[in-house]
Design a protein around this ligand. Structure first.
Ligand code: FO1
Length: 328
């Protein structure tokens, strides 16, 4: 359901760093209240992998399908109404189709893989696919080079990200997380991502998993310095609400890393990377008081985006709050 109003915001250009499902929701909220040329979405590609000969970029696709209005809202990823004929055919051959690629979703991976094999950059491939789906905002992979997230687990040792996340349903105990660049040179942000960050009036970090979705972006060669050099609002939205994760392994992972499961821990984790922090009303007054002591500006509001209106409302409130900073 599209909003009937679209107030162009006083803040000129906004960059948001996102992972998968949670990040896609905030990106969609921002897309509802900003003009397309005001918004750049930089997406984690640490989850990307080769699967049965196809280049699959789950977070890029989740954000792309969400912005195009075709995402499966129950799962948060994949295409609404997609079928699984290909997976059933694999099963007939005795294969274990542990990664559920829907029939329509396959078209994305086929086109991406063809272009990848022609030597096109992931940035160009993504721009082409997004444009063909009618997306107006800039949707950028964090890098054109491969930097794969690898999870070191107690039970199975090193696991490629999707094995940890999907095959083992994020049940293994995490010891450490690594980011592995292909080749000798560390992966770096693209020229497009750099230019967007350098031109931004505000930088947002979506309520995605800080360790699994945002860290791969921050780990890119030169990325932290690039962000820290910008004396503008740099604001993270907490993915932890009242001590629980909205979706996925964030809370379990924090416990395994020895951290208290709270938005305060998230703010501490981002440290000086952010100068503003958004957390949920369900956190209560004690969390707000604890956050106030951290020297970051805080906004406490409803961050649980259960429908399009709540997404737009969170985006609108954040942008209104940020616009006040320069007048304070
Ligand atoms: N997540 C799952 O939990 N199970 C799946 O079978 C699965 C398939 C899948 C296919 C395409 C795609 O774009 C995403 C898919 N996801 C699946 C989601 C995805 O792997 C994870 O949510 C992200 O990597 C974490 O952000």
């Amino acid at each position: 359901v599209a909003l009937t109003y679209k107030p162009t915001h006083r803040l000129g250009r906004v960059v948001v760093l996102v992972g998968g499902v949670g990040g896609a929701k905030l990106a969609h909220g921002l897309a509802q209240v900003l003009e397309p040329e005001q918004l750049t979405v930089i997406v984690n590609t640490g989850d990307d992998f080769w699967h049965r000969g196809l280049r699959v970029c789950p977070d890029l696709d989740t954000v792309m399908y969400t912005l195009a209005g075709i995402v499966d809202r129950t799962n948060g990823w994949g295409i609404a109404g997609d079928t699984t004929a290909m997976l059933e055919a694999l099963r007939r051959y005795g294969e274990d189709p542990w990664f559920r690629l829907g029939d329509q979703d396959l078209a994305t991976h086929l086109l991406r893989t063809e272009a990848w094999q022609r030597g096109e950059r992931l940035t160009a491939i993504t721009r082409d696919l997004a444009t063909r789906l009618g997306i107006g905002v800039a949707l950028l992979p964090m890098s054109d080079s491969v930097q794969a997230t690898v999870v070191d687990t107690v039970e199975h040792g090193l696991l490629p990200f999707q094995e940890y996340f999907v095959r083992y349903c994020w049940q293994p105990t995490v010891r450490a997380i690594r980011f592995e660049s292909a080749g000798d040179t560390p992966a770096a942000p693209t020229a497009e991502a750099r230019a967007a960050i350098e031109a931004a009036d505000a930088l947002l970090i979506a309520p995605s998993n800080p360790w699994l979705s945002i860290d791969p972006i921050l780990h890119l060669d030169g990325m932290r310095a690039l962000l820290l050099a910008r004396a503008i609002p740099r604001v993270a939205v907490s993915p932890i609400v009242a001590g629980r994760a909205i979706k996925g392994p964030a809370a379990k992972l924090m416990a395994e890393l020895g951290l208290a499961v709270s938005s305060v821990s998230i703010a501490e984790y981002y440290g000086t990377m952010v100068n503003g922090f958004v957390h949920d009303v369900q956190d209560g007054a004690a969390a707000a008081a604890a956050l106030a002591e951290h020297g970051v500006r805080t906004l406490q509001t409803n961050t649980v985006m259960t429908n399009d209106t709540e997404r737009a409302s969170l985006a609108q409130q954040m942008l209104g709050w940020l616009a006040e900073w320069s007048h304070a």
